[in-house]
Design a protein around this ligand. Structure first.
Ligand code: Q46
Ligand code: ZN
Ligand code: ZN
Length: 311
């Protein structure tokens, strides 16, 4: 296999794009493509302030690296979840994120859930009996709440996350199986800003997971290889495996699945009544973030339970 651009030995072969590139040209290609997606989906401009949610994994660190290389004003945000167990997941991912920021002279905001709310995520999950033994629903709720809070308090226009195509296709697959209209309507590379909530964007949503791994390794980014220990056996991993099987026999199937969905959504061909999207939102009476029910948002409601349990 030879690099299409220079003819030297190829480092990455992307069957789905019928494209092989050497290391040097691959390291150019990924940021170029990212810039193309940013423009195509009108994610943000060079004048806007971007907050990148970094977990210490390959996708978010690569995203931060790419945005900075493209000349965007991108700061990082790390949320310490307090998930350690045998593999020191949180400690290690925090260390790698700090190192990355220092090495590149970048600004990193760190929020530690335990310091902020008294308990780490697994304990909060136990105290609130949410999620049948898995802390993921509490974790997701807390991460979303903290990202919105920091973006708002520190005046960022845009919140960027490192979701790749495999993540997006798995979510889409799950939502399609149950035809979850509300979620289908909201899924996409950009979720517009809404009354004080920053715009949310996913600049890597068209890259395969293996493309991002190849980028992080070629760029020499040190990232945490282990997944969060609670990810094991999750539905999203199962969907990813199914889609990978499909991809093996039909290269490009994953990308087509996601892009056809985006096309259908854009042209209004999803057969979903638009008014689902317009569910009325109210500001939470405690933190001010938007929520569908009047009163407290789900995060503040959860924290009320925790506080009641402590007293
Ligand atoms: S939700 Fe669940 Fe993840 Fe939180 S507890 Fe770990 S696996 S980190 S994306
Ligand atoms: Zn080349
Ligand atoms: Zn609230």
């Amino acid at each position: 296999m030879k690099c299409r651009k220079c003819g030297s030995k190829a480092h990455v072969n992307m069957r789905q794009h019928k494209l092989a590139l050497c290391k040097e040209h691959y390291l150019e290609w990924v940021p170029e493509q990212t810039e193309r997606f940013i423009k195509k989906y009108q994610m943000f401009t060079h004048e806007e302030k971007i907050l990148v949610a970094v977990s210490g994994g390959k996708d978010s660190l690569s995203l931060w690296d790419i945005l900075v290389r493209l000349g965007y004003q991108a700061d990082g945000m790390y949320i310490g979840l307090g998930i350690n167990g045998g593999i020191h997941y949180s400690d290690e991912s925090h260390r790698l994120t700090e190192e990355f920021a220092q090495r590149h002279g970048l600004k990193l905001h760190v929020v530690d859930i335990e310091k902020e709310y008294g308990q780490p995520i697994p304990v909060l999950a136990e105290m609130t009996h949410r999620g049948q033994g898995k802390p993921c629903s509490v974790c997701g709720l807390a991460k979303r709440h903290e990202m919105n809070r920091i973006a708002r308090d520190l005046g960022y226009d845009v919140l960027a996350t490192g979701h790749n195509l495999d993540d997006e296709a798995a979510v889409l697959f799950g939502n399609t199986l149950t035809w979850a209209s509300e979620y289908l309507l909201r899924q996409g590379p950009v979720l517009p800003e809404n009354e004080g909530l920053a715009r949310k964007v996913k600049p890597l949503c068209r890259f395969y997971e293996r493309e991002m791994t190849a980028y992080a390794i070629a760029r020499g980014i040190e990232y945490i290889y282990d997944e969060c220990p609670y990810a094991e056996g999750s539905q999203s991993i199962y969907y990813k495996e199914l889609l990978n099987q499909l991809e093996t026999t039909r290269p490009g199937a994953k990308l087509t699945f996601y892009l056809s969905f985006l096309e259908a959504r854009k042209s209004g061909n999803l057969f979903i009544e638009k008014n689902v999207e317009q569910a009325h939102m109210h500001p939470c009476s405690k933190c001010g973030q938007l929520t569908s029910a009047p009163g407290l948002c789900s995060f503040c409601r959860m924290m009320e339970k925790v506080n009641a349990a402590v007293e």
